[in-house]
Design a protein around this ligand. Sequence first.
Ligand SMILES: Nc1nc2c(ncn2[C@@H]2O[C@H](COP(=O)(O)OP(=O)(O)OP(=O)(O)O)[C@@H](O)[C@H]2O)c(=O)[nH]1
Ligand SMILES: [Mg+2]
Ligand SMILES: [Zn+2]
Ligand SMILES: [Zn+2]
Length: 417
Amino acid sequence: MKELTCLYCFETFSPSEVVFRCMNPDSKACAPEQDEMLGKYQRKIGDSPILPRVVEPSKNLPTKPNKGWDKIKGTLSSNRSQMLAFAICQCGFKTSKRLCPHCHNELPRQFGETDSHTIALLGTIESGKSHYITVLIHELKKHVAADFNAAFSEMDDQTIKRYKEDFHKRLYINRVVIKKTASARTDISVRYPLIYRLSIEKKKQIQASSMVFFDTAGDDLEEMDKMETETKYIARAQGLIFLIDPLQIPQLRDRVRDRNVLIPREIIDPGHIVTRLANLVRDSSGIAHDAKIDTPIAFAFSKIDAVLPFMQPDTPVKWDSNHGGFFDLEDFEQVNESMHDHLANWIGRGFEMFLRHNFTNYAFFGVSALGSAPDESGQIRKGIAPHRVVDPFLWVLYKLGKIKGSKGSQAPLSFEI
Ligand SMILES: Nc1nc2c(ncn2[C@@H]2O[C@H](COP(=O)(O)OP(=O)(O)OP(=O)(O)O)[C@@H](O)[C@H]2O)c(=O)[nH]1
Ligand SMILES: [Mg+2]
Ligand SMILES: [Zn+2]
Ligand SMILES: [Zn+2]
């Protein structure tokens, strides 16, 4: 039987275990109740939200059976692998609002119909994760549609609201930097991933995947092994994008200091997070300590705009990338090699040696979400001019077999989902 994985809590369940929330608008006929499971997910224990009743179709026999009930009973007993389209509450009201049986978050309408891919974003505090995700999503909406004949759209209301208010408004409307991400221990919105549907028309058929992104606080990643949901999503991610902040590398930090560039307050060694990441994936996936992890992991130097002056003049990362309908492998190989050499110069060989001994599928990139440094008051006066932000994401899709790669101009114009 096909198991489903919740996009919010990452627990797995069979389709018939899905529960529902009553949609009866009359709260006198069906009194709202405290939802402790959702309260637990939102870390509001003792202060759980009061919401319309949860309907468990397998347990909840309606007191007033109506026409729909026979159909539900039939479906439940005959086919456990089917997800019910609706359920009937004890109050007799029919509802189609599906919830995860483990965390009681509402499941997006297309949930279960598409493959789901979690792409986790990692990096030290202030490495640029929130800016990167904001610009990546903006670029994917703009270019994926044009270059790949595909559509990229939000899958749930939470994503629309959070992207618009927390991310898009600040960068693209107010032109100010995004605030530091609060710990998921204190801010529940941080616990909610951004969920998108990527769909493409291929041979007159629409093929879709859901893409789940988490913008975790660097503070939480420092203690990732203590965070239950975060641990699950990182360990179960199909692809990882790991941002390395060049401005936290002591050698480069000293050189940019006199160029009027804002430098992060703290220096945190990306090696610590990578070591924890490897342990976490191994422990939760049962991978032996001498076996390598094969999850694709893209190491991207963020804020590359700030360090380009210190890179070799002919470094390929200076050029714009152009993946017109395919992943450009020639460009990828040149950038990967060049960034790999820079990594060795800037951080030393130890980091790469650790990667080589622990991962099979990794590559190096250089990205800039903003294109230039914001000023000291956090204003982005020069406007947002992203550079190569889609490269690591497209590489992950390529590694997952979702898009085709090509060398040179004989590019196949297809985007396979
Ligand atoms: N020069 C340059 N600076 C950037 C860029 N992106 C982000 N920054 C700077 O880096 C700072 C931190 O970026 P965030 O995206 O908030 O970093 P984060 O990794 O989300 O940090 P936490 O939420 O604390 O984990 C921003 O306030 C900007 O000043 C970029 O593309 N270029
Ligand atoms: Mg952040
Ligand atoms: Zn869940
Ligand atoms: Zn009801």
